[in-house]
Design a protein around this ligand. Sequence first.
Ligand code: NAD
Length: 253
Amino acid sequence: MNVLAEAITALRKARHVAVFTGAGISAESGIPTFRDRLTGLWARHDPERLETAKAFKEHPQLVWGWYLWRRQQVLQAQPNPAHLAIARLADVGRENTVITQNIDDLHERAGSQGVVHLHGSLLTPKCFACHRPAELTQEQLATPAEGALIEPPRCARCNGRLRPGVVWFGEDLPAGAWKAATQAARSCDVMLSIGTSGVVMPAARLPDLALAAGATIIHVNRVDVRLHQPKELMLIGLAGQLVPHLIDLMLAG
Ligand code: NAD
């Protein structure tokens, strides 16, 4: 049996399918991944160095400008066929959990419900000091020129600076999201892991947890990201093409 046929068989037999996504699933919607080379003024910056509390403390205007720009990219993007195909998995009457490392809302806009966001969301700012969620005015949301320095708005309660509601490097994942994700990893029969390099911890442990609990992992990626365990299937190609194909074939059976 070839790998695609094995993947379809595993999906058809599964009672619980967990879908685990990374930045690669949104790449075909026009949102760059971490590994993509940035263009324009942001090319001077390493995204990983902008995504820490230390960077925000030292350069709040730079980091806030970077997130406003990324937020605009997300709002202009549309879900692609991979996001849409994943939403169709919920219609087949078996347990399905969507876990994402992404900070965009493309799974929700494609129709997936109850998405577990391990790294928060670009669209929900909060206070850096008191952590309360905050609303931004239209004026505060105006898209800056690429690379612009923008002073973050202030919290209405404590006057702290507002920050994006995402999990930065070195910060803990939201406890509820991590619990839901590990429970799904331990109880699923198949984990469909799409567009993730598997290097950002602790999220990257989820496929290991699923494998240890006996699940099959189906990776979909442009490159081979196998962990070299027995129950892994690797589909190499673009998520926007492979995922709809896989789910069409699964549902046709
Ligand atoms: P990553 O950038 O480390 O890796 C992306 C992976 O996707 C790579 O393995 C790459 O080969 C693969 N890929 C790229 N294009 C693809 C395509 N069209 N089809 C299939 N695979 C493709 O991303 P990560 O593993 O998610 O981890 C990095 C962190 O980046 C996460 O914490 C996430 O929060 C953050 N991030 C999120 C977004 C977003 O929300 N869309 C964008 C950039 C970074």
